[in-house]
Design a protein around this ligand. Structure first.
Ligand code: ATP
Length: 602
């Protein structure tokens, strides 16, 4: 229940004034409907269909008196005309209210979507390292649409609630005793419904977990479809989906069972209620026919709404976990927030004069684990030179680059940019000055041109082609069906690995960065293209700071400095030739292995 109240509070904070407008509309609609029912008495009385005898002090006789001044031959038409006008007003207001509800629902969802996305995009890299990507996608899609459903449910719940209160008020006016009797039954039902709401919320929690597992699994499977096919793992994955689907099905059926059971109880209780109510009204309260008829009509209209309220509350209960999933995600993002939106815009790139430096840097991915990905790192990366990081897999090369780019912060020691400690103050200026080309280059499902301009929107066609030439990509881009305007598919899937790497390299160069970081950026290229790119990168020496991670050691032959990492520590540092001559060092061991491999393969 507390969660539902929190949800209501959030909608209230967001919609505020509009919500009260909406509430006012609901009151009017309920009043029109209520007054419409009251018109039944004079209608029946004037039409002669029913002999309506009323006591003078009863509220109904006051309504009847209103029509006394009207000539008898006109009164029927007058009442019917009034009824039509009331119903038209009712219908008009109802339409207005439906639109308003839609607006509140949609803008609340837009607000949640934008806010969550903004918080996500402003979270630091550490947050994304900890979080499963598919959990984020699940929150932004499935959970968000469940919250949209919940908002609609909430507005319906409000409508039913207002309607019920107004109708109860009218019934109270007609007969306080009869109304109190009905309300006592109603209260007992509301108390009883608490268990249902709690149970629904539990099922909702399971729903969130199941849809996270589903999305994560499906994404993994289709990302790895080549592995599945080539290793004939279809059956294992089919078993997985079947068992998860079964759980999802059972979960939903359990919710349906729960909702329908509470509806069943409601129906049975209502039958008893109506029978008991009519019995007591006639036997104990000596109700007048007209009064009894109206109270029955009113309550027969309220009752579905009351069970609607209960079912809304149950459904809200089952949707609240989705709302919580979104809020938790937002809170986690806020805890991991790097900088505000304004600050993001205000950073200018910097020109590195002297270089970057790591001073006694240590880093762990998990503070509860004794394993250090990097330990006591001391390195100097001079500006406008080429520095290469090498080492066996898992040595800590990518982790070190992430620290240099300010994506992760050292646990001990410091990263310096031109002698100044890397902090929130200069981290974004540094990143603006960097172009990073990762191992697995990312391209958007857009044209080649759009993918390039994303990083430098004002670049001219000449600059774009210049960057493509640099990355040895111009030739194949010209041959694409629409040249620069060719769509390259989801994640650049319509291009080969090497072609994708070359486009991403061109994109990096287009930015004219002060620091170019190449993390295994040419690993997918053939020897010919790799040689061309190496020559091009050679020409950049002296113009920008180049940091390279390379497995193929032949590619860093001309680096000014080679830093060898092993098990999170720097084990060697020097020029390629110096290190190659140190026959006891790890570098010559790695070099030897690669030469052997080359000989074996040739
Ligand atoms: N997100 C992470 N969470 C926990 N541990 C990590 C994470 N990323 C890397 N590690 C661990 O940190 C160590 C250094 O990893 P890193 O990716 O920096 O190595 P690398 O030298 O770049 O390896 P490779 O050449 O295979 O890319 C490894 O032991 C790795 O398992």
């Amino acid at each position: 229940m507390r969660s539902i109240l929190y949800f209501i509070k959030r909608i209230h904070t967001f919609a505020g004034k509009t919500l009260y407008f909406n509430l006012f509309g609901m009151v009017l609609i309920s009043l029109f409907e209520g007054v419409g029912i009251f018109l039944l008495v004079p209608l029946l009385s004037f039409s002669g269909m029913m002999d309506v005898r009323l006591e003078d002090d009863s509220p109904l006789s006051a309504i009847n008196h209103l029509f006394n001044g009207i000539p008898e031959n006109l009164s029927l038409s007058f009442i019917l005309g009034l009824y039509v006008i009331l119903m038209i007003c009712h219908a008009l207001f109802q339409r207005y209210q439906i639109i308003l509800n839609g607006k509140i629902q949609q803008s609340f969802i837009r607000h949640l979507r934008d806010e969550t996305y903004k918080n996500l995009i402003q979270a630091n890299w550490g947050f994304f390292l900890k979080k499963r990507k598919t959990d984020i996608i699940n929150s932004m899609t499935t959970e968000l649409s469940r919250v949209a459903g919940g908002t609609y449910m909430f507005l319906q719940f409000m409508t039913s609630l207002v309607f019920t209160f107004i109708q109860i008020g009218l019934a109270f006016w007609l007969s306080a005793k009869m109304t109190i009797a009905v309300l006592l039954f109603g209260l007992a039902l509301i108390f009883f419904s608490k268990t249902f709401i709690r149970k629904s919320s539990e099922i909702g929690n399971q729903n969130v977990e199941l849809s996270k597992a589903y999305l994560a699994g499906i994404t993994d499977h289709f990302n790895g479809i080549k592995d599945i096919k080539s290793n004939s793992l279809e059956l294992i994955h089919l078993d997985w989906i079947q068992s998860l689907s079964m759980k999802m099905e059972q979960n939903v059926i359990e919710l349906i069972r729960l909702n329908s059971f509470s509806k069943l109880i409601n129906k049975i209780v209502s039958a008893f209620l109506i029978a008991g109510f009519v019995f007591f009204s006639i036997k104990m309260f000596q109700a007048q026919t007209a009064q009894l008829m109206l109270v029955i009509i009113i309550f027969s209209r309220i009752w579905p709404k009351v069970s609607g309220i209960q079912s809304n509350l149950e459904q809200l209960g089952s949707l609240i976990p989705s709302f919580h999933a979104l809020l938790n995600l937002q809170n986690e993002c806020l805890e991991a927030k790097e900088l505000s939106e304004e600050s993001f815009k205000n950073f200018e790139s910097i020109q590195i004069k002297y270089g970057l430096q790591c001073k006694n840097v240590s880093f762990r991915y998990n503070q509860h684990n004794s394993f250090y990905a990097l330990k006591d790192i001391n390195v100097q990366i001079p500006s406008n030179h080429m520095t290469a990081f090498v080492g066996p897999s898992g040595a800590g090369k990518s982790t070190l680059i992430d620290l240099l780019m300010g994506l992760n912060q050292p646990e001990d020691g410091e990263v310096l940019v031109d002698g100044k400690r890397l902090t929130n103050e200069n981290i974004f200026s540094l990143r603006r000055s960097i172009s990073y080309v990762p191992q697995d280059p990312f391209l958007f499902n857009a044209t080649v041109r759009d993918n390039l301009l994303m990083i430098e929107p004002n670049a001219s066609d000449e600059e774009v082609w210049g960057a493509l030439e640099f990355a040895s990509a111009a030739e194949f881009v010209k041959k694409l069906p629409n040249g620069l305007d060719t769509l390259i598919g989801d994640r650049g899937i319509r291009l080969s690995g090497g072609e994708r790497q070359r486009i991403v390299l061109a994109r990096a160069i287009l930015r004219k960065p002060s620091i170019l970081v190449l993390d295994e950026a040419t690993s997918a290229l053939d020897t010919e293209n790799e040689r061309k790119i190496q020559e091009a990168i050679e020409q950049l020496k002296g113009k920008m700071t180049i940091i390279v991670i390379a497995h193929r050691l032949s590619t860093i032959r001309n680096a000014d400095q080679v830093i060898v990492l092993d098990k999170g520590r720097v084990v060697q540092n020097g020029s390629f030739h110096q290190l190659a001559l140190d026959s006891n060092g790890l570098f010559s061991l790695l070099l030897g292995k690669q030469s052997e491999a080359l000989l074996v393969n040739s």
